[in-house]
Ligand binder design. Sequence first.
Ligand code: ZN
Ligand code: ZN
Length: 52
Amino acid sequence: MKCISCGKNLSSTDDYSIFSCPECGKIEIVRCGQCKKNAVQYKCNECGFIGP
Ligand SMILES: [Zn+2]
Ligand SMILES: [Zn+2]
């Protein structure tokens, strides 16, 4: 599992959040705590949605 924003490898002990793409719902977006905190943008590979 990797952070979609920074590409950092995440393990279950790391702080991260996982949710479905708000636009298409097909992709699971994984973001590390750091990117969430810094509000780093992510892009859905399926529909191209870019979100904070
Ligand atoms: Zn990250
Ligand atoms: Zn999407």
